[in-house]
Design a protein around this ligand. Structure first.
Ligand SMILES: [Fe+2]
Ligand SMILES: [Fe+2]
Length: 495
């Protein structure tokens, strides 16, 4: 009844404001205010408008729509976090200004070679994506060529630099590879300038070529220095930054390995499964791997409440009510989100921590409550959610359940493993937990294949070595498990 009323109200609203899109402030900003601001910023160092101002401003608006808005519309992360748009726009605005300011200091002939277009295009590519890098780069080429000589030829020359920058910085995994990309783009920029001079019958100018060569190399040094700051402030990480977080020496992971070793090893297995699945469906395997390491960091606060950490056979859930167990288990999601914020982990990793159980029901505790004679509703035993909202998050949810189910499989064979993986994936799909992830059935089939392959390779039989008699020189004495004082202060100790 309530739902029906809400729908009616929505329809009413639509009838009341038939032209609401015309007054939509968000669209106005995205399609008009951003490009006009950038076009003005581009002329700021010259303190004048270009020779054909109408064409310049209309052209900027249309090209911004074609190159930027259309590209980011398909990027799921822009719909999840405002930080993506803010970071994208800030980097582009910085790029527009610097592409205009530096050439304004040079003479007219040196202006194209002085344009440091590598700088902002490579930053957009490594932080956000190569399509956004190409889109914003072509828009910046238009603005820069309007400053230089209003020629199509300059636009093409700068666009070649944009395309080579995105191609060379597309799959960067180590910071030093940005320097290599800078060197490669330097060679391309110099070669293109040389060809231009020859075709135009100009004398070959060594200074022009030297500037064209130095420009991307120097820009790459600045990019290497500036990207970690942007990552820290925006919590949008490049693959390089993400890999640095995932090198297992992060205090949160060290803490997990000491106080919740079962969860730590579960996370490592999950990382292998998730990475393989992400690779198979063309999602981001680095994000999937690193997010898997961190997905259960909230368990480090009360590790003994999770079965993988119960080594001595004592299960604290035996002495509390199912409703209390439900709360304690929910808490690991909440604590995980708090820790992700405190340690400024990437926004997408925080999302995965929050979404990895979606709104699933803790069936074990629900049935325990029911058989105990309590009046309980199934919804009360749901995880707080939300459901996964992008592909990598969906993969982690699937891998988490598959990994847990696989542990209970006796004498696993490829056929039994595949059957189990299919059962888990189908179950989660039928619960409609994956509706917002963008994963289709073809993706799910590939994920099942990837999971089965990884699980089977994790379970390879080893060669049995013949036993030898060895003289005993060392012996472990006593308990070597980490000392626990019962207080909830483990993270504070490691900080
Ligand atoms: Fe979890
Ligand atoms: Fe987990």
């Amino acid at each position: 009844m309530k739902v029906k009323n809400r729908q009616k109200n929505k329809e009413k609203k639509k009838i009341q404001f038939p032209f609401e899109r015309l007054f939509n402030i968000k669209d106005l900003t995205n399609f008009i205010i951003y490009p006009i601001f950038l076009a003005l910023l581009n002329r700021a160092p010259f303190l004048s408008l270009p020779s054909k101002p109408f064409l310049y401003f209309v052209g900027s608006t249309i090209l911004w729509y074609i190159f930027a808005e259309r590209t980011i519309k398909n990027n799921r992360y822009f719909h999840l976090h405002m930080a993506y748009r803010l970071t994208f726009f800030s980097v582009v605005a910085f790029g527009v200004f610097i592409n205009s300011f530096l050439p304004s200091l040079a003479n007219a002939k040196l202006m194209p070679e002085m344009t440091p277009i590598f700088l902002s295009v490579s930053m957009v590519t490594v932080l956000i994506g190569y399509q956004e890098g190409i889109g914003s780069g072509l828009f910046m080429s238009f603005l820069a060529s309007a400053n230089i000589d209003n020629s199509f030829e300059t636009f093409i020359l700068l666009s070649v630099v944009v395309l080579s920058t995105t191609l060379t910085t597309r799959h960067i995994e180590r910071r030093i590879e940005i320097a290599r990309a800078g060197f490669e783009v330097s060679l391309i920029f110099t070669a293109v300038n040389l060809v231009r001079m020859i075709l135009q019958g100009e004398p070959i100018n060594a200074l022009d070529l030297a500037v064209a060569f130095a420009n991307p190399i120097l820009s790459s040094v600045i990019v290497i220095g500036i990207v970690p700051y942007i990552e820290y402030v925006s919590r949008i990480y490049s693959d390089t930054g993400m890999l640095e977080l995932g090198n297992l020496s992060h205090p949160l992971l060290k803490n997990l390995s000491i106080y919740a070793p079962g969860t730590y090893y579960h996370s490592i297995s999950l990382a292998n499964l998730s990475e393989a699945a992400a690779e198979k469906i063309g999602a981001n395997p680095i994000l999937a791997r690193v997010a898997a390491y961190f997905h259960d960091i909230g368990k480090s606060r009360r590790p003994q409440y999770f079965i993988e950490n119960q080594q001595d056979g004592i299960n604290p859930h035996d002495s509390i009510t199912p409703s209390m167990s439900n709360l304690v288990i929910n808490e690991h999601v909440k604590q995980g989100v708090e820790l992700a914020r405190k340690y400024r982990l990437p926004l997408l990793i925080e999302d995965i921590v929050k979404e990895h159980h979606g709104t699933r029901i803790k069936k074990f505790f629900f049935h325990k409550a029911k058989t105990g004679g309590q009046e309980e509703h199934q919804e009360d035993f749901q995880y707080p959610g939300p459901k996964p909202r992008f592909k990598e998050s969906g993969i982690i949810m699937l891998a988490d359940s598959v990994e847990a189910a696989y542990k209970s499989l006796k004498k696993p064979t490829p056929a039994k493993t595949q059957e189990l993986v299919e059962e888990v994936v189908n179950g989660i799909y039928n619960e409609r937990q994956l509706d917002q992830t963008g994963l289709d059935l073809e993706d799910l089939e590939k994920i099942v294949e990837a999971f089965t392959r990884v699980l089977m390779s994790m379970n390879q039989p080893r060669i049995e070595y013949p036993k030898e008699t060895v003289e005993k020189v060392v012996m472990a004495n006593g308990d070597n498990s980490p000392k626990q004082d019962g207080k909830d202060n483990r993270l504070e100790k490691s900080e």
